[in-house]
Design a protein around this ligand. Structure first.
Ligand SMILES: [Zn+2]
Length: 262
């Protein structure tokens, strides 16, 4: 078994080799360290430089959009030619916390999507709404519609919307990222959504350090725990763990098309 954790955050608490060995011990052999600030993008890059079967992404999380300045993507030029840069992100819209003004979030999101097109990399999209509204989904959809018609490819990471929104994004060619939430008893919507996601559009991720799956819920997450998310996803899709593993890992290599196995 060789699972791919397509989204984790590396904080440097343990050495990259120690982090990787623990994940690999559980069958999680491929990792993508996501960048949500310039600083984290650099740290993720260093992780990827040290660990053969790992890659990184760079971007500015919507929480940080207000601090991004006028020409946010220009500070990221240093990553452009890096062989281990697999994607741009995480970028997107967060209307739940709304740490940054919505208008600014949309501007920064748009700029990084332009970068993704210029650099020929897929985008990792964060999309979160206030509980009673779908404004972030609706605004993201409009922005991503242009991106995908321009040839852009994206994943809605940690997808938490409903079936109707999943179908809309799937029509744009989206991949959808499934996290440990799928194991939570109350997450009926995610398990319902899983039914409409075609197998070839499914990616697995931990979003470490958040969202540890059952039986680790409440603890700090780790890429190693992806195996629990994979087991639950396999059960919901009526597949074996090995099948879900080989399908979602192949999907990840297809999605991050610029990377190759070591
Ligand atoms: Zn994340």
């Amino acid at each position: 078994m060789a699972l791919f954790d397509t989204h984790f955050h590396y904080y440097g608490a343990v050495k990259p080799s120690e982090y990787y060995d623990r994940a690999a011990g559980f069958g999680v052999k491929y990792l993508l360290a996501a960048g949500s600030t310039l600083e984290e993008s650099r740290r993720s890059m260093q992780f990827a430089e040290e660990i053969e079967n790992s890659w990184f992404s760079c971007g500015i999380h919507p929480h940080e959009a207000e601090k991004a300045g006028n020409n946010p993507a220009s500070a990221f030029e240093e990553f452009r030619k890096h062989q281990k840069l697999a994607a741009i992100g995480e970028i997107g819209l967060d209307y739940f916390y709304e740490h940054s003004e919505r208008k600014i979030q949309r501007k920064v999101f748009g700029e990084f999507l332009k970068t993704a097109l210029d650099w020929k990399r897929p985008a990792i999209v964060h999309c979160r709404d206030k509980d009673d509204s779908y404004d972030a989904y609706s605004d993201s959809f409009d922005i991503l519609k242009d991106f995908s018609s321009g040839g852009g490819r994206f994943v809605v990471h940690c997808f938490a919307g409903d079936t109707a929104w999943a179908e809309k994004f799937l029509e744009l060619g989206a991949f959808l990222g499934i996290t440990g939430i799928v194991t939570f008893p109350k997450a009926v919507n995610i398990r319902e959504t899983l039914k409409v996601i075609p197998m070839e559009r499914l990616l697995l991720e931990t979003d470490t350090p958040y969202l540890a799956p059952i039986p680790y819920r409440g603890k700090e997450n780790h890429s190693a725990y992806l195996v629990e998310t994979a087991k639950k996803t396999a059960e919901e899709k009526n597949l074996s763990l090995d099948e879900i593993s080989s399908i979602t890992t192949a999907n990840a290599f297809k999605f991050f098309s610029s990377i190759k196995k070591g």
